[in-house]
Design a protein around this ligand. Structure first.
Ligand code: FE2
Length: 182
């Protein structure tokens, strides 16, 4: 499961609500895997839902960046990340038709979407949100970009990734302990 926590919050209400919606779609695939109930039709429906909702969300986010006058250099890079996600989901959809194991493809899907969402939200989305706030507070779009470009890639990603890895490690440890105690 992808567990939402405050570190993912951009504090832009509609962005956070849409991210949570994407996570809900992802978690339905996790739930189906846990219940041993992944079906070809179910996975097809989830992949469709994912690509449709992600397209809608990306358009909204890109529109917001333009409205808030975020620097073009950031918007270009950000759009590329969005396009790459849609491309990868399309590849998963194409694979589904020939996949021998629907379960394995469902696992691959959850791993890919979980990693992508965590990295994207903690990285470039947090940078976008910081730039939007700085511009609202009177910074020029270019200054906001220069300042938070560094913040995103050097500090936020490292700090948040280390935090995420530690959490995953703790969860794995807890699971191991549970197994041992049984
Ligand atoms: Fe984004």
């Amino acid at each position: 499961m992808f567990v939402w926590s405050s570190k993912y919050a951009t504090h832009i209400q509609e962005v956070d609500a849409q991210h949570q919606q994407l996570i809900a779609i992802l978690n339905r695939i996790y739930a189906a895997i846990d219940e041993g109930a992944v079906s070809a039709d179910g996975l097809d429906a989830s992949l469709d839902e994912l690509s449709e909702y992600a397209s809608y969300h990306f358009e909204e986010e890109e529109g917001l960046m333009i409205r808030k006058r975020v620097a073009t250099a950031h918007v270009k890079l950000h759009k590329m990340e969005h396009r790459a996600f849609i491309y990868d989901v399309k590849r998963l959809q194409a694979k589904r038709a020939s996949a021998e194991s629907v379960d394995a493809l469902a696992q691959q899907t959850t791993a890919f979407v979980t990693n992508w969402l965590a990295l994207h939200i903690l990285g470039i989305d947090q940078s976008m949100a910081s730039q939007v706030r700085a511009i609202e507070d009177g910074a020029s779009p270019q200054d906001a970009y220069e300042h938070f470009k560094e913040y995103t890639y050097e500090r936020a990603v490292t700090r948040n990734l280390v935090g995420t890895l530690l959490e995953m490690w703790r969860e794995a440890e807890d699971k191991l302990r549970e197994i041992r105690e049984k």
